[in-house]
Design a protein around this ligand. Sequence first.
Ligand code: ADE
Ligand code: ZN
Ligand code: ZN
Length: 259
Amino acid sequence: MKFFSFLLLFFFSLQNFAGNHPEWGPTGHRTIGDIAQKHLSHKAQKNIDKILKGYSLAFVSTFGDDIKSDSRYRKFSVWHYVNYPFGITYKESVKNPAGDVVTGIEKCIQILKDKNTSPQDQEFYLKLLVHLVGDLHQPLHVGLADDKGGNDFQVRWFNKGTNLHRLWDSDMIEKYNMSYTELSDNMVDPSKEWIQAKEQGSVDQWADEIHLIAEKVYQSATIGQKLGYRYSYDHFETVRQQLYIAGIRLAKILNDIYG
Ligand code: ADE
Ligand code: ZN
Ligand code: ZN
């Protein structure tokens, strides 16, 4: 019995070491879902409630990660990010034939707009869409291929080892120790004009905008650097802004499909 629990523990820790932590953590994704929920039209809200059987966008937002360990869904793992060099646009970049976060979002939208999509697929691709629009707005999900979007860029965070990617996925957010509702309730609502401007554009144009932020994120630290409060002061506003923009763009997409 003892031996088995040891084995179990061993394999679980192996999994943790082997896997990168490749998304906004749950708090980031749920914050985005909650912000989007507040910007849905009444009609979209009703249609989405039916498909998600009453579960909120925040609740289903982590689905994309939950299915990652299931080999049946392996083909979706490249849909969570896109990497291309700085100085060029997504359109100019060499595409992964297996897809990326831009084509993944476009595919979800296309499937959800199709009247012939089965109820099971509607639920599946809606949950995936909520997740992927979130991932797109984590700057390092639109980063460089060499270091896997900062996953191989080691830094120290309050004297613990981490990497630049994980810092932006979750370490900075977790340090605040706020729930997703606290985070989403404490967003200062910008003007209608600002929101409308952010809703404009295509998914690949959004990727290019986020790619520029990623370029700054790469310049924000050096390999092995010790980071702490100073880094949060300088960058947590960008995190909050990205969570907010992801939320309103997700709502825009969903209002277009279901509104
Ligand atoms: N794997 C390779 N590149 C990645 C990225 N930008 N984000 C997450 N996982 C990745
Ligand atoms: Zn993801
Ligand atoms: Zn990530």
